[in-house]
Write a protein that binds this ligand. Structure first.
Ligand code: AMP
Length: 182
């Protein structure tokens, strides 16, 4: 499996901006808009994800609302598989299943369309988001994927925050990969 070189890692790390005290005091918000508008960093990241996941035999990439959509939709297209949005409650028009979770700053609920991963059971799904903090969001997303009858084979993040137990907790449920760890 292709590993990121130190140079590539630095390109990605240096493109992410820290915003202190957003959205509330004490939080250092990892702003990935500065990665997205840096074509070199965005390219290095997406190429790395493509190289990692091209042999996984995935059927779908599921992105978590909203920043997971950006990476997930691009990756699904590169891999030639379908993309599924996992959305905040009340946004999806068809029949959904939902799961509540707590985040680093608040409580929320996410949903997925009941038929999003096709009629056949056991579709291989990669869940993707920009960042894992407590792991609450991704844990709920993995649960939702599995509840539809599909199989969450891995959760992938651009940034993994290692000072919380999110990664360790999520690893009880599924495989976890973070491109960079902070
Ligand atoms: P969690 O459920 O605690 O793992 O939180 C992950 C979700 O909240 C992801 O969708 C992130 O985009 C967002 N999030 C949590 N903490 C941060 C942070 N420090 N910087 C940027 N996004 C964050």
């Amino acid at each position: 499996m292709l590993k990121l070189s130190q140079t590539e890692k630095h390109i990605i790390e240096n493109s992410i901006r820290d915003i202190k005290d957003f959205p509330k005091p004490g939080i250092i918000f990892k702003d990935i808009t500065t990665l997205l508008n840096d074509k070199e960093a965005y390219g290095v990241l997406m190429n790395h994800l493509y190289q990692r996941y091209k042999e996984y035999g995935l059927d779908y990439v599921a992105g978590i609302d909203a920043r997971g959509f950006i990476f997930g939709a691009a990756l699904a297209q590169m891999l030639g598989v379908g993309f599924v949005p996992i959305r905040k409650k009340g946004k999806l028009p068809y029949t959904t299943i939902s799961e509540k979770y707590s985040l680093e700053y608040g409580v929320d609920e996410i949903e997925v369309h009941i038929d999003a991963f096709g009629k056949d059971k056991g579709a291989r799904v990669l869940v993707i988001d920009d960042l894992i903090a407590t792991g609450g969001t991704a844990g709920a997303a993995a649960t939702l994927v599995n509840q539809t009858g599909a199989n969450c084979v891995e959760c992938c993040f651009v940034i993994g925050l290692t000072f919380l137990d999110g990664i360790k907790n999520l690893e009880q449920k599924t495989q976890v990969y973070s491109v960079i760890e902070v």
